[in-house]
Design a protein around this ligand. Structure first.
Ligand code: KG4
Ligand code: ZN
Length: 341
């Protein structure tokens, strides 16, 4: 089955074709970062309009690169939520119209399920991870630990009570004067920082439980930054201290979650999953426990169309279909999804 996947939930237009027989055939991404940079964050109306401009050319480009015509497609998958309502409607409208015109089945994909399943798309010497496993979802909008009992059967183990991990990266970068989106830049800066120069707390690790809180960490950095000499080296040292605190906190909670769910496989997804130190720290933890950790390639940690095409293909193969109405769900609990039979 050849499935076209469309992602427009926030500020990236992503398109891909996944073939259930041969794997990913093509994918293309257009990032709106430069459009939103001058405002310091995503402006929803500008995001919607840019998806309108970019989506159809990107679909044509992806089909060309995959060597397929629209008539070769067997289904269309689109992100229906969570996300910005206007942005979601662009992808859903185009996907539904295309499916209607071509008389193809269409399926609505949950953006976070797309992230969660992305590591299963990658070839792995150990084989693709199979449920049951624990997933750490760390993006700009979510920080969740999820027990994946089956594909589509998700049990929330813990989540952030305030800022998401990516949001904490972005806000901390911003308060030190780095341009939007600061997460990857803060991580790059931390590479030049000396470990241990600044030590920030590991929030909520001193008590049992699997929830997170990252907003206090940002305040600690703000106070430290204000009182410092604000030199380049100091900035790098603080970035390193902040990154170490986030990575360590996530690692401690992941290990607890694996124990709680009695699992030995951890799957990591979402933009912060591209963070090198997090990847190394979790790989070290998995090795020590004799388990394994699986990540998507860094380009598929952040938003992309491939994860939507893949998650949609699994659901279409299982017979799931939407009716012809264009519906999006800007707030959507993953636990409500139907299991993929
Ligand atoms: O999954 P994603 O592309 O979008 C959402 O669904 O939110 O995640 C974006 C988030 C941003 O907060 C960004 O700063 C963060 O992921 N991020 C990183 C890195 N790359 C992206 N955070 C830390 N280190 C990175 N290398
Ligand atoms: Zn995302």
């Amino acid at each position: 089955m050849k499935v076209l996947g469309i992602e427009t939930s926030c500020d990236e237009t992503g398109v891909a074709v996944y073939d259930t027989e041969t794997g990913l055939r093509a994918h293309a991404l257009y990032s709106q970062i430069s459009l939103h940079a001058e405002y310091g964050g995503v402006v929803p109306e500008l995001a919607s309009r840019d998806h309108v401009r970019k989506l159809l050319p990107l679909i044509r480009q992806t089909l060309d690169e995959s060597g397929l015509q629209v008539a070769d497609l067997d289904g269309v998958a689109y992100t229906a939520g969570p996300g910005l309502v206007g942005a979601l409607l662009v992808g859903a409208g185009v996907a539904r119209s295309l499916a209607w015109a071509l008389d193809l089945p269409a399926v609505a994909v949950h953006h976070m399920e797309g992230h969660l399943l992305a590591p299963l798309m990658e070839d792995d010497p150990l084989g693709r991870p199979q449920p049951p496993f624990v997933a750490l979802l760390v993006s700009g909008g979510h920080t969740q630990l999820v027990a994946v009992e089956a594909i589509g059967r998700y049990r929330l183990l813990g989540e952030t009570l305030d800022d998401a991990a990516g949001e904490a990266f972005d806000k901390t970068a911003k308060l030190m004067g780095l341009p939007y989106p600061g997460g990857p830049q803060l991580a790059a800066l931390a590479e030049r920082g000396r470990p241990g120069q600044y030590k920030f707390s590991r929030p909520m690790t001193d008590r049992p439980g699997l929830d997170f809180s990252f907003s206090g960490l940002k305040t600690q950095v703000l106070l430290t930054w204000r009182d410092s000499d604000q030199s380049e080296q100091t900035m790098a040292d603080i970035a390193r201290g902040f990154e170490d605190a986030v990575v360590e906190t996530l690692a401690i909670k992941c290990e607890r979650a694996l124990d709680a769910a009695a699992c030995d496989t951890l799957v990591v997804a979402g933009g912060v999953g591209a963070n090198k130190r997090l990847r190394a720290r979790l790989a070290q933890m998995a090795e020590r426990r004799g388990g394994r950790v699986a990540f998507p390639r860094p380009a598929f940690c952040t938003d992309n169309g491939a994860m939507i095409a893949y998650a949609g293909a699994l659901r279409l193969m299982a017979g799931q279909r939407e009716d012809a109405s264009v519906m999006v769900t800007p707030r959507w609990d993953m636990a409500q999804l139907p299991e993929v039979a």
